[in-house]
Design a protein around this ligand. Structure first.
Ligand code: F0G
Length: 460
C-alpha cells in the first residue's frame, strides 16, 4: 500500500527567463573580482541563484494582473485599503503601516519602542533586526534554546525560546528595561527553524505576567505554520491559514519583509494592535519611508502584496514550497554532506565547520565554501557565519557564532527539481575535493552589515 505520494507544484509555467551559463575559468575571474563575496557578483555571472529567497519569488498571473490595477495616488491609494483588508483577514493585526521592506519596519519600531540601555531578547538574531535594535540604544540578548546552536540536533522546533533564560533576564534587568521580546517565525540564522505553538503560548503567558509585549518578525510565518501542522500534536487537521492566524493572535505587533513569504519582489510593513504605537509609527513613516498610505511602495506593489499574502497561506502552495527545500536537503544528506538538521523551510544550510575542518573560523570557512561552490558550477549561495555575525558592539572583537553556515536559499516558485539536482551535484563535487579548499583573508570591511560589501583574498 502506498503511504505517501509525491507533491508537485500547484501551478504551471507561463513565462520563462533564460539563465546564463559560464565556464569555470570565467567564474574564477568573476569571483576574484567580486572579492570572494557572492553579494558582489553580477547576476548575469550566476547560473542558479540561491543567494536569497528575498524578493526573488515568481509572482502569479493574478499578481501580475493586479499590478495593472495600481492606484498611484499619493494619498489614500485604493491598493492600501486592499492590503489593509488582507492583513486584517489573514494576520489579524489592527493597524497597518506599509514600508519599503522589512528593515524599514524594524527601523521605525525600534526607534519607537527601544530606549538607551534597554535589552531586547529574541529567538536568535537577524542581521538587520539586531542592528536596528542596537542603533536605537538596545542590546540584543539571545534566548533561543541551546539546540538551535547545534547543527546536529534534530529538535523539531529549534526556534523555541528558553523561557527560564528569559525569566532570569527579566529578574536581573527588570521588566521596565525590556521593551519587548522579539520572536521570528521561522528563525533564519538558525537554519530556517520553526518555533512551536506550545512554546509561543508559554512565552505569551510568561511575558503577560510581566507586562512585556511580543513583537513578531513574521517574514516566514506561513512556513513556520506549515511545520507546526506537520510536526506539532493537535495541528494536523488545521489549515496553514488558521495556524498563521493563531500565531499572530499570540503577539502584539509585527514587522514583515513581504519579499519572502508574501511572494512579492519588494514590500513590507509594520502592523500593531496598540493605537498609541500606531500613531507614532504613522507619523514616523512619513520621515523615513513615505506617506502612511504607501510607505515607500507603489500602489501596484501593495496590490501584488495583498494577493501574495492570500496565496502564501494556501496549503497546496506551502507544501510544494517547503517540499522543494526538503528535496534538496535530503539529496545532500544522502550524499553525506554535513547540513543543519532538521532541514529548514527556506533553504538548506551547509555546516561549513564540518565541511572544511582544516580551516579555523578566522579563515572564514563559510565565505570560502560559498565562493568555491560558485567556482564549481555558478550556483550562488550566501555566508551565514562569522562574517554575518559582525563585531561585538562594546569590545569591537569579531563575534564567533557557533553556526558557520552556507545557505542555499530557494526562491519561491522559480526553479525546478532538475535545478535542485544540479545544485546537489555541485555541492557533492566540492565536498569530494574539500581538502583543497583554501581559507580567505578579509581585506576590506565596511562598518555596518559587513557581509554585504566585505572583500576577501584567497590565502596562499
Ligand atoms: N527578518 C528576517 C527573518 C529576514 O530574513 C529578513 C531579510 C529581514 C527581517 C529584513 O527584511 O530584507 O525586507 O529588509 N532577509 C533576507 C535574507 C535579506 O536573505 O535572508 P528586508
Amino acid at each position: 500500500m502506498q503511504t505517501s505520494r509525491s507533491w508537485a507544484e500547484p501551478y504551471k509555467i507561463k513565462m520563462v527567463e533564460p539563465l546564463f551559463i559560464t565556464t569555470r575559468e570565467e567564474r574564477e575571474t568573476y569571483i576574484k573580482e567580486a572579492g570572494y563575496n557572492t553579494f558582489l557578483l553580477r547576476s548575469r555571472q550566476v547560473y542558479i541563484d540561491l543567494l536569497t529567497d528575498s524578493g526573488t519569488s515568481a509572482m502569479s498571473d493574478r499578481q501580475w494582473a493586479a499590478m495593472m490595477m495600481g492606484d498611484e495616488a499619493y494619498a489614500g491609494s485604493e491598493n492600501f485599503y486592499h492590503l489593509e483588508e488582507a492583513i486584517h483577514k489573514y494576520y489579524g493585526y489592527k493597524y497597518l503601516v506599509p514600508t519599503h521592506q522589512g528593515r524599514g519596519a524594524e527601523h521605525i519600531l525600534s526607534k519607537i519602542m527601544i530606549k538607551d540601555g534597554d535589552f531586547v531578547p529574541g529567538n536568535m538574531y537577524f542581521t538587520t533586526t539586531r542592528l536596528h535594535q542596537e542603533l536605537a540604544g538596545g542590546t540584543f540578548v539571545d534566548i533561543i534554546i541551546k539546540e538551535a546552536h547545534d547543527p546536529e540536533s534534530t529538535h523539531l522546533f529549534k526556534g523555541d525560546c528558553d523561557l527560564q533564560r528569559l525569566e532570569d533576564l527579566i529578574k536581573e534587568k527588570g521588566a521596565d528595561k525590556i521593551p519587548y521580546v522579539s520572536i521570528a517565525t521561522t528563525v533564519n540564522m538558525a537554519g530556517g527553524q520553526p518555533i512551536s505553538m506550545a512554546n509561543l503560548k508559554a512565552l505569551r503567558a510568561l511575558t503577560a505576567k510581566y507586562g512585556i509585549p511580543i513583537v513578531h518578525d513574521m517574514t516566514r510565518v506561513a512556513e513556520n505554520a506549515y511545520m507546526i501542522q506537520q510536526n506539532e500534536k493537535g495541528y494536523q487537521d488545521k489549515a496553514v491559514k488558521q495556524i498563521v492566524r493563531e500565531i499572530c493572535d499570540l503577539t502584539d505587533a509585527a514587522t514583515m519583509s513581504a519579499k519572502k513569504d508574501a511572494l512579492v519582489n519588494i514590500g513590507g510593513f509594520l502592523a500593531v494592535n496598540d493605537e498609541e504605537i500606531f500613531n507614532q509609527a504613522r507619523n514616523m513613516v512619513v520621515i523615513y519611508e513615505g506617506l502612511h498610505t504607501y510607505g515607500g511602495l507603489a500602489g501596484r506593489d501593495m496590490e501584488a502584496m495583498a494577493i501574495g499574502i492570500s496565496e502564501s497561506v494556501s496549503d497546496d502552495h506551502i507544501r510544494a514550497r517547503v517540499g522543494q527545500v526538503l528535496y534538496l536537503g535530503k539529496k545532500l544528506l544522502n550524499a553525506g554532506v554535513p547540513i543543519v538538521k532538521p532541514i529548514g523551510t527556506h533553504g538548506v544550510f551547509i555546516d561549513a565547520k564540518k565541511f572544511l575542518p582544516h580551516l579555523t573560523q578566522e579563515q572564514f570557512p563559510a565565505q570560502s565554501l560559498a565562493a568555491e561552490i560558485y567556482e564549481d558550477s555558478g550556483v550562488r549561495a550566501m555566508e551565514r557565519g562569522i562574517v554575518s555575525a559582525g563585531r561585538d558592539k562594546i569590545t569591537g572583537e569579531n563575534n564567533h557564532p557557533e553556526l558557520e553556515l552556507v545557505r542555499l536559499t530557494i526562491p519561491r516558485r522559480v526553479y525546478t527539481q532538475a535545478h535542485m539536482d544540479v545544485v546537489a551535484e555541485s555541492v557533492q563535487s566540492v565536498y569530494n575535493e574539500r581538502d583543497k579548499v583554501k581559507g580567505l583573508k578579509m581585506i576590506y570591511e565596511p562598518e555596518y552589515l559587513r557581509f554585504f560589501q566585505a572583500r576577501f583574498e584567497k590565502l596562499g
